[in-house]
Write a protein that binds this ligand. Structure first.
Ligand code: PGA
Length: 245
């Protein structure tokens, strides 16, 4: 799976332009499941444009509440009505700038699953965590918290994205070996819930993945795809990453 996280980029006009270029450049049968995650205001436009395409639509966040007096929030059912089938949850930017905790990510993930949306749950260590030898401890805590109460069936409808915070938008990428070791750790940790579901769970790598480094990263046995930020905003780069699968 190759997922594009557009972050706070692309109004409706830019969304239409980027998606038209993407649809034109994408092979008829892409080698990966392709997901794009534009901002909320572009989801309806994107949903319309992607209707008969092989590209699925995802949101970047959602409310943990079902509906009601929660100013500024968007619910899972609202996302479904515009054709969204995935939702990124717990991205490090949400954790860092908006105070999202593992507990909140867990409630959101449960809500997404109940509504029929597939959560793409993000985890990742900071540079400080890595340098102090805390990577596995931090990731273990994030996974245990975000996946609390998950059944094997829930795992079958979920995706994990490993995004080392120090590699996001920095141009620094984890080496394929470094990323593979963490992906293996994640899969083993999750096999505590269900071994088969963990073996089949898509675990994406995210953090400065580009056409030039995608192939090596995607060749690792436990790297099942990528979450692409910056390079997802250029149709040619995004398609080159998909073609590297
Ligand atoms: P990047 O972002 O590819 O620009 O590093 C990845 C992400 O934050 O999902």
């Amino acid at each position: 799976m190759i997922a594009g996280n557009w972050k706070m980029n692309c109004d409706t006009v830019a969304t239409e332009k980027l998606l038209k270029s993407l649809i034109a450049a994408l092979p008829a049968e892409p080698k990966a499941d392709v997901v794009v995650c534009p901002p909320f205001t572009s989801l309806e436009t994107a949903g319309r444009l992607l209707k008969d395409s092989p590209i699925s639509l995802g949101a970047q966040n959602m409310s943990e509440k079902e509906g009601g007096a929660y100013t500024g929030e968007v619910s899972s059912s609202m996302l479904l009505t515009v054709g969204t089938s995935f939702c990124i949850l717990g991205h490090s930017e949400r954790r860092q700038y908006y105070g999202e905790t593992d507990e909140l990510v867990n409630v959101k993930a449960q809500r997404a699953l109940q509504a029929g949306l597939k959560p793409i749950i993000c985890v990742g260590e900071t540079l400080e965590d890595r340098e102090s030898g805390q990577t596995e401890k931090v990731l273990g805590k994030q996974l245990d918290g975000a996946l609390k109460g998950f059944s094997a069936d829930d795992l079958k409808k979920s995706v994990i994205a490993y995004e080392p915070v120090w590699a996001i938008g920095t141009g620094k990428t984890a080496t394929p070996e470094m990323a593979q070791a963490v992906h293996r750790f994640i899969r083993e940790r999750i096999s505590g819930i269900d071994k088969d579901a963990a073996e089949n769970l898509p675990i994406l790598y995210g953090g400065s993945m580009k056409p030039g480094n995608a192939k090596e990263l995607l060749a690792q046995p436990d790297i099942d795809g990528g979450m692409i930020g910056g390079a997802a905003l250029k149709a040619d780069d995004f398609v080159a990453i998909i073609n590297a699968v």
